[in-house]
Design a protein around this ligand. Sequence first.
Ligand code: B12
Ligand code: SF4
Ligand code: SF4
Length: 248
Amino acid sequence: MNQDDVSLKILSDKSISVLEDSLKEYGMNILGGFHLEPDEAVSFARSNCTVAGLVVASHGRDMWRSFQASVFFKDQLPDSLDRWTRSVLEDLAIKTGSGLVLPFDRPFPPFQEWAKRASGISNSPLGILMHHEYGLWFGLRGVFLFEVKVENQAVNKLIQHRFDNEYPCDICIEKPCLSHCPVNAFDKTGLNVKACFSHLEKIVNFSSQPDCLSKGCAARDACPVGAHHKYCDEQLQFHMNSYYSGNA
Ligand code: B12
Ligand code: SF4
Ligand code: SF4
């Protein structure tokens, strides 16, 4: 969708329920809503009205099942997950009259930042975000943009929604995520990609263990929160291979 052409509709309760019901079929949901700052609204929505963003997340294995059943998974062409995501979310954007921003649009939009504002979640020591229920096993798939009016109660409730519980990483004393990477690739600034790749290269050339390429990142796997939402092996391999081949 060309963002220059977007003329945003007002976010109604009906649009929210259409989105929630349809997203469920694709293993996705609305993580939360946030107000775009005026400069963000101008750059992402070409709009000078008050703009709300609804952050869409996928969690666990449900999205993977839906993606696997799609033509995009089967056609073996590059960027299959991005193409599937675009197709599914663009249809919903058209149906609801919303604008759409995707995480792989260029320049990269600040999705982690928006997800934090939308739901009050925070970064884990690994850098990726921690969710109270899904742990580290979720991805950010898109943001729907709407014009928003102060009197719209349902929308404001969604925007003000915050997790009240204590943040899992704050009460995790042992932090096993930080002791399971074979090359200690995490420091205070997050992931050292070079160090991580040095191990991935050894897996390819010398079958080194742990085999993060076929079993997923050992540091992420060590976290106990939301462990039952862990991705299946094929899903882990897909994401690790995209990462290792230069596509986040
Ligand atoms: C570029 C990118 C990367 C680059 C980061 C290079 C860099 N530091 O510049 C690389 C390729 C290294 C990367 C790796 C991974 N990424 Co990445 N990445 C992105 C992407 C596409 C853009 C980030 C960006 O530049 N944003 C723009 C700036 C302005 O916003 P920002 O919030 O400041 O962005 C910073 C952080 O997002 C950070 N970052 C990005 N990914 C990761 C991963 C980790 C572990 C850390 C510490 C930091 C980090 O780098 C950005 C620039 O400093 C985002 C999608 C998005 N649009 O946000 C996904 C995203 C952040 N990545 C994600 C993930 C899951 C990963 C991986 C775990 C692999 C994967 N796809 O499963 C790996 C980490 C591998 C591992 N061993 O753990 C998820 C995070 C979900 C979450 N729960 O938080 C996102 C949101 C993609 C998505 N669709 O869900 N990624
Ligand atoms: S192991 Fe503990 S500190 Fe690490 S991500 Fe999980 S909850 Fe957070
Ligand atoms: S993928 Fe493996 S090497 Fe890379 S950060 Fe995770 S545990 Fe460390």
